[in-house]
Design a protein around this ligand. Structure first.
Ligand SMILES: [Zn+2]
Ligand SMILES: [Zn+2]
Length: 211
C-alpha cells in the first residue's frame, strides 16, 4: 500500500458520519476519490440491473454501496476474504479486526438483529449504532470467531429489538453516558457495571470528540 499523506487521509474518513450527514451522490464520491488520487484504485460494479452500484477497492478492503446513486452503506473487510485485503482505516466504536463475536457482544451489548447460521455465516446488527458484523463461522454456539467484514449504515432510532445488556429483556433505555448499551432498569445497569465500566468511559470519550 502506498504510504503517502493522501492515503493516510483517505483512511481517516469516518464513513458512517458521511452516510449519516449527507446524501452523497456517485459524482461526489468519485470527485472525492480523485482528490485523494485514488480513483484508479477503485472499480465500479453494478448489481440487480443497476439497482446497486459498488465502488470498491480490494487493496484498501472497502466497498461503497450506492442505491439509486446515493451512498447507502459501506462494507469494510477484515482481510480474511480471498479478494479484499484488511481495511486499515478509521473504525467506529473502538472496533478492530482482532475482535471475536464474543468480544463484540461483550462490548456493544445484545444485538438488535441476528442473521445466518447453518448454511451462511452468522451476523449481528446494532441498528441504533448503524453497524453489522459478519463472522467467519456458521455456528451460533462458537464464541471466538473473528470479524470477516463490517457493514456501516444509517443509524435507526426505532430498531426492531432493543435488549437489555444485562438480562436481555426488551427495553428502550440507553446508557446515558455512552449511548451504546441498553439497560431495562437501574439495577441491571448496576449489575452490569463492572463489565461495562471501562468501555463506557472510552465510548463516551469517543462520542465527545466526534465532530
Ligand atoms: Zn435488564
Ligand atoms: Zn455506557
Amino acid at each position: 500500500m502506498e504510504d503517502n499523506e493522501n492515503v493516510k487521509q483517505f483512511l481517516q474518513i469516518n464513513w458512517q458520519n458521511q452516510i449519516e450527514k449527507a446524501n452523497i451522490s456517485k459524482e461526489k464520491l468519485i470527485d472525492q476519490l480523485k482528490e485523494y488520487g485514488l480513483d484508479s484504485k477503485f472499480l465500479q460494479k453494478e448489481y440487480q440491473d443497476g439497482k446497486f452500484l459498488y465502488i470498491q477497492s480490494e487493496e484498501f478492503g472497502i466497498s461503497l454501496q450506492l442505491e439509486s446513486d446515493i451512498l447507502n452503506c459501506v462494507y469494510i473487510y477484515g482481510g480474511r476474504d480471498k479478494k479484499f485485503k484488511q481495511y486499515k482505516g478509521f473504525l467506529p466504536y473502538l472496533i478492530n479486526f482482532d475482535l471475536t463475536n464474543g468480544d463484540v457482544v461483550k462490548f456493544l451489548g445484545e444485538p438488535s438483529t441476528r442473521n445466518g447460521g447453518k448454511l451462511t455465516s452468522i451476523s449481528i446488527a446494532y441498528e441504533h449504532l448503524g453497524i453489522e458484523f459478519t463472522f467467519g463461522t456458521k455456528n451460533w454456539s462458537e464464541k471466538d470467531s473473528l470479524i470477516e467484514f463490517i457493514c456501516l449504515f444509517k443509524k435507526e432510532n426505532n430498531a426492531s429489538y432493543k435488549l437489555c445488556g444485562n438480562c436481555k429483556n426488551p427495553t428502550n433505555n440507553l446508557c446515558s453516558r455512552c449511548k451504546i448499551i441498553y439497560y431495562c432498569s437501574a439495577s441491571c445497569q448496576k449489575e452490569h457495571f463492572q463489565n461495562h465500566k471501562e468501555k463506557c468511559k472510552q465510548y463516551a470519550l469517543q462520542l465527545n470528540t466526534q465532530v
